[in-house]
Design a protein around this ligand. Structure first.
Ligand code: RFL
Ligand code: PHB
Length: 391
């Protein structure tokens, strides 16, 4: 098979890139290791920045989002024995965030690829990248016991943190920056009405969070030790811990019930630089990971795709490679800004097992500054909504 861009990974970044390239008449193929059902069964992100929501609208992907999603002015922080705080994105930036689940976005993207007859190969096993330092790379994979080969001009590595693309860059040509946190997030999904707001709650037992998917689907998280497994947490134990970490008046309003999904995600900050090697470009989780505090991962995947698609369009339509050459540097500006705010919110809102009273005093002082300083409130809202896309 021959195509212009071979996209590895059929998650949100790979599918969105495929959709936009196709709309620009740029031939591409998506290779996804899992089945479509498997990809759609993953429960992940739930909050879009205004810029990400607008990008989806601009590419004809906003109709269901605007119908079923919920615009949000900001996010609440509740703190044991201290006043509440609201990250007032609307007040300080004039923008809103959108509560719309990654599962829905991925469904919308698969529907658009199917409608437009986009080439998405699911169950593509043993994907391997070849000759990426040349102008004529190729990708091989196995499907139904047969080996296939895709010749292309560029490869887009959209295959997430554990994919093959980043590993194809020689270790001598990439620099990795990493923080691993000594806890995870235990998340559950429950078919009950959610709270009105997204809420992060700080408590001496650990962070708790309330999120939402639709009027009858709630998502809750609690910080747990890394050694825990979902089996350690019966629904009763989860609800007891969660309700204890929220102030009583809020806990009273939470609708509990049997979980329909329960999983633990470890927390990690990670960036691999540069995001290009020869004809290979990384986008989304393939190049970087943020802890979920701040809800930046999917938003970064979308902004990477914004930068990568415009660079590929300029290459194929205008024979101009300036944006391709700038891709890594431009994308990394936004990525580091998101790494920064996610790391700071993670430090602010979690209990670290190895910390001392000094660390706690600094944490409380950071929170008090937010409560009392308009400058701090403005800065946090600005970072929380994400840097504007560079034009
Ligand atoms: P994905 O979604 O991991 O998709 C990569 C795809 O590549 C496939 N793949 C391969 N295909 C072929 N060959 C290989 N060798 C392959 N290896 C892997 C995989 O099967 C998969 O389909 O990466 P992508 O597209 O870059 O998207 C990134 C986002 O999924 C991720 O950043 C977010 O989910 C992170 N995240 C959140 N982001 C937000 O912006 N807002 C949030 O509210 C938010 N909440 C979250 C989150 C992530 C979480 N977890 C579980 C990690 C909450 C949680 C709990
Ligand atoms: C979610 O909706 O699942 C969600 C929202 C905000 C976060 C993390 C997860 O920071």
């Amino acid at each position: 098979m021959r195509t212009k861009v071979c996209i590895i990974g059929g998650g949100p970044s790979g599918l969105l890139l495929s959709h936009i390239l196709d709309a620009n008449g740029i031939d591409n193929v998506v290779l996804e290791r899992q089945s479509k059902d498997h990809v759609l069964s993953r429960i992940r992100a739930g909050v879009l920045e205004a810029g990400a929501a607008q990008l989806l609208r601009d590419h004809g992907l906003g109709e269901r989002m605007d119908r079923e999603g919920k615009a949000k002015d900001g996010t609440r922080i509740l703190w044991q024995d201290r006043p509440d705080f609201f990250i007032d994105v609307k007040k300080w930036t004039g923008q809103q965030m959108m509560a719309y689940g990654q599962t829905n976005i991925t469904e919308d993207l698969y529907a658009a690829r199917e409608r437009d007859c986009g080439a998405v190969v699911c169950d593509a096993k043993d994907v391997a990248l070849h000759d990426i330092e040349t102008d004529a790379p190729h990708v091989t994979y196995q499907k139904n016991g047969q080996r296939h080969r895709v010749h292309c001009r560029f490869i887009a590595g959209c295959d997430g943190f554990h994919g093959a693309s980043r590993q194809a860059i020689p270790a001598t040509h990439r620099r990795e920056y990493e923080r691993i946190y000594p806890f995870g997030w235990l998340g559950i999904m429950v078919e009950k009405p959610p709270l009105d707001d997204f809420i992060y709650a700080y408590h001496e037992d650990g962070m708790a969070m309330a999120a939402q998917r639709n009027p009858m689907l709630s998502r809750y998280y609690i910080q747990v030790p890394l050694s825990d497994t979902p089996e350690d947490w019966s629904d009763d134990r989860f609800w007891e811990a969660l309700l204890h970490r929220f102030p009583v008046d809020v806990a009273k309003t939470i609708h509990t019930g049997p979980s329909i999904e329960k999983s633990i995600a470890p927390l990690r900050s990670f960036v691999s630089e540069p995001m290009r090697h020869g004809s290979l470009f990384l986008a989304g989780d393939a190049g970087h990971i943020v802890p979920p505090t701040g809800a930046k991962g999917l938003n970064l995947a979308i902004s990477d795709v914004y930068y990568l698609q415009r660079a590929l369009v300029a290459h194929f339509k205008d024979a101009n490679d300036a944006l391709l050459d700038d891709y890594s540097g431009t994308a990394l500006m936004r990525i580091w800004a998101a790494e920064n705010i996610s790391w700071r919110l993670t430090k602010l809102l979690h209990v670290f097992p190895d910390e001392d009273p000094f660390d706690q005093k600094i944490r409380e002082n950071d929170y008090d500054l937010l409560l009392t300083s308009e400058a701090a409130q403005h800065a946090l809202a600005y970072e929380y909504i994400g840097l504007p896309y560079a034009t």
